[in-house]
Design a protein around this ligand. Structure first.
Ligand code: OXD
Ligand code: MN
Length: 579
């Protein structure tokens, strides 16, 4: 017996019987174990050692070239009633889902070690945290889970105490896209994923548990599981506000979570609590409190430089697993946007000839959050951090202003539900196409969006002390494709206005689509943004917004009768004001 919890031991025995591994290893989460996993992967070729003088503790993993992103078309939510999964998910009845995926799992671990990986999503002693156990035949997954979650014996002890855990079964299978399935069974709190070793498909604590299973469970239990960073902003006077912000994948969440204040903001400090996921729950004072269920970052590498994100750049100089970057002649990691060196080998291991990027556009770093220079100790707080503002955003070259504030909670939920964004490389699909991505949860909401919105709306009955809701867009472009707003650290100017709105000190103008910054209300000191550019960033193009409102209405209607009427009523207010 490796655990006192019979339900866990029985499940592990069952999976072992089905998959037939040579060995079973129960992960304890120790440093010795991590080093042994690294050594094993160096020996078997899963990892390559990078230059240990310049990058101590850094390694490179090269994926199968057919396995470099999440695959939404192979991702399913299996619920008894199709309407529970909703039109936003690929659906299968649970019995069929199990049968299909189990056929692939049969005997798949022969010749391999099966890792049993107990993990806790969130601080070990937080009531908001939830646990799971991942079973995987990939040492890469075991090592990454050690960086990304609280993994090992403390998690196991909590699981044994509570008696409940999410069952997360994974195998890389044959890494064959035709034999790949990522199945979620929210009603059973279980996940079965096979055929991929890519982070979002294989590190099951992250998207599969913390978001898909999490969002379903949160709706049952009265909390929120969201695709949001959590950042703390400290003013020179020492006052801290925490903001939770949702952006679609690869839209700069990690950058915003660890931004460096512009030099015109002396004394301001930024604290990162999380860069991708927030679990939030109403506290006894009626405020919304957030924890980051993760303990590490699985961030997009290309573009990371001292100019764009010095904190991230510094953080990944040591003890980092790189996936699918290029390497230089002296074996340093290299990617597009790296400030120095040049690649000699691309992410596939071929000689670099400049015809295609050296690093895959979705190449990633995995690193412990504690290496972040602005890591907040509050990330370990059992109570979580109080959220002052919720921010939604997308990547839109037109239409959406730099920032707007929702009229009230219901309008904020509608704003979140209306998020549209250009597709990025984080998932398979056509990069650049606009798609609706409500609350940046399109790929991650584990149940019907209509029910998810109802759940969001229900929070206005739980408290009158909720955060204000905003929408931002860092990605507006002119006709020639130049960005209108400098972004990166300068985004603090917008966050400062948001905090000012929460405190009642920043000026705004009411418009049909929400409250926009009054002229001069955003601090532009030392920034070279022309007046007319600022005007177009903070004005409402009425005709275009009328079309947008019609598009949002059609989108909401596509979810049928389950959509709460309050969403349509709120949209009508916007439409009436636009007319
Ligand atoms: C991620 C994603 O990896 O959103 O965080 O794809
Ligand atoms: Mn993400």
């Amino acid at each position: 017996m490796n655990t006192t919890l019979a339900a866990l031991q029985d499940w592990v025995d069952e999976v072992a019987k089905q998959t037939n591994p040579d060995r079973i290893h129960w992960c304890d989460g120790s440093d010795t174990e991590y080093q042994a996993l690294i050594q094993l992967m160096l020996d078997n070729g899963d990892l390559l050692e990078l230059n240990q003088e310049t990058h101590p503790g850094c390694y490179l993993h090269r994926s199968d070239p057919n396995d470099v992103a999440r695959v939404e078309k192979l991702t399913f939510v299996c619920t008894e009633d199709e309407n529970v999964a909703g039109p936003n998910n690929n659906w299968m009845p649970p019995a069929e889902g199990h049968a299909k995926v189990d056929a692939l799992f049969d005997g798949c671990m022969q010749g391999r070690t099966m890792y049993v990986i107990p993990y806790c999503m969130g601080p070990i002693d937080s009531p908001i945290s939830r646990c799971g156990v991942e079973i995987s035949d990939s040492p890469y997954v075991a090592a990454n889970m050690r960086l990304m979650t609280r993994m090992g014996k403390d998690a196991l002890a909590r699981i044994e105490r509570e008696g409940t855990f999410v069952k997360a079964q994974h195998s890389i299978g044959e890494l064959d896209p035709n034999k790949r399935l990522i199945m979620h069974f929210p009603e059973e709190l279980s996940i079965k994923s096979i055929g991929s070793g890519y982070g979002g498909n294989a590190l099951l604590g992250k998207k599969c548990h913390a978001l898909r299973i999490g969002s379903y469970q949160a709706a049952q239990e009265g909390w929120l599981a969201e695709h949001m960073l959590i950042v703390g902003l400290e003013s020179p006077e020492g006052e801290r506000h925490y903001i939770a912000a949702a952006f679609p994948s690869a839209c700069g969440k990690t950058n915003l979570a660890m931004l460096i204040p512009p030099e015109q903001f002396p004394g301001w400090k930024i604290w990162t609590v999380g860069d991708d996921i927030a679990w939030m729950s109403v506290g006894s004072d009626g405020r919304l409190y957030a924890i980051n269920p993760e303990a590490g970052y699985f961030g997009v590498v290309p573009g990371t430089s001292p100019k764009t994100n010095k904190n991230a750049f510094d953080m990944i100089q040591r003890d980092t697993i790189f996936t699918n970057v290029g390497v230089t002649a002296d074996n340093q990691p290299w990617w597009e946007g790296h400030p120095e060196g040049e690649p000699v080998t691309d992410w596939k291991g071929n000689p670099y000839d400049g015809s295609t990027p050296a690093a895959h556009p979705n190449s990633r770093f995995t690193v412990s959050a504690t290496q972040n220079p602005c890591y907040s100790e509050e990330a370990e707080s059992a109570a979580g951090v109080p959220i002052s503002a919720i921010v939604f955003g997308g990547r839109r070259r037109e239409l959406a202003p730099l920032v707007m504030e929702a009229r009230n909670w219901t309008h904020g939920v509608l704003m979140g539900a209306s998020v549209g964004s250009e597709q990025t490389a984080a998932a398979e699909g056509t990069v650049g196409e606009i798609r609706r991505d409500p609350m940046a949860m399109k790929p991650f909401c584990g149940h019907n969006f209509a029910d998810y919105w109802s759940h969001w709306l229900s929070f206005s009955n739980k408290s009158s002390n909720l955060p204000k809701i905003f929408h931002v867009n860092w990605f507006r472009q002119d006709k020639d494709g130049n960005f209108l707003w400098p972004g990166f650290g300068e985004n603090l100017r917008v966050l400062q206005w948001i905090i000012g709105r929460c405190e009642g000190s920043a000026a705004a103008e009411e418009t049909a689509i929400g409250n926009l910054p009054a002229p001069g209300a955003i601090n532009l000191a030392g920034l070279d943004v022309a007046d007319d550019v600022m005007r177009s960033l903070t004005s409402v193009e009425v005709e275009h917004w009328r079309e947008e409102a019609n598009g949002v209405k059609r989108y909401l209607e596509s979810f049928g009768g389950r959509v709460p009427q309050a969403m349509f009523d709120e949209l009508e207010k916007t439409q009436a004001a636009l007319n």
